[in-house]
Design a protein around this ligand. Sequence first.
Ligand code: ATP
Ligand code: MG
Length: 215
Amino acid sequence: VQNNGKSFVEFRDVTFGYDEHTVLKHLSFQVEEGEQITLSGRTGAGKSTVFKLLLGLYEPGEGSVWIDGREAAAIDRKDRRFLFGYVEQSFHRVAGTVKDQITLYDEKISMENVKEAAELTGLHDTIMHLPDGYDTICTPELFSQGQWQLLSIARAAAARPKLLLLDEITANLDAETEKEVLEALKRVSENRTVISISHRVSAKMGRIIPIEQKL
Ligand code: ATP
Ligand code: MG
């Protein structure tokens, strides 16, 4: 199916519920390439659900979801990481080294990509001070909460995706650390399309798209 529209991301009259309970009702919005927008709405309104549809984890009951001219649910799993980076509140550590955290063992992500991503997020110097640098085995104590969050941004950025999806990524951080993460995000977001979800006014970026709770 061809996308006739020109938008980079598009929700076209989407209705979706996990069960008989409708979460999104006739939701339409468009995001242009390079644009940075924030989804805003009350808890339970369906903001993370919008991401799950973009990630292709679920298909809309009615309507359609498009990314870069393709229907989200039809995008090949292998292509996903290179099309969009998804960052959430908590970091999911994998077994292995600091480098493995960033590549997720994907050989298509070169050491150059890894370093570029770490530099963008401001973690490169920290990593170089570890006993084995990028080859240091990761334990939970190795980084602070803010540094783990930066690492999850580096993980997303390393694949150089066109689109970043950020779900409440500064919600657990103190104001100082939040500032640091937002600065890293500004660098990573340059020349990318960014859709973020945030309750905090300090973390809202660009145009606001309201997601209303459907009762
Ligand atoms: P918050 O701001 O609290 O993160 P949200 O806007 O991200 O909220 P969603 O997580 O998208 O909200 O959830 C929307 C609705 O869908 C809620 O009523 C939630 O309970 C329900 N829901 C979410 N995930 C599932 C699931 N896997 N199965 C069934 N219901 C779900
Ligand atoms: Mg949510």
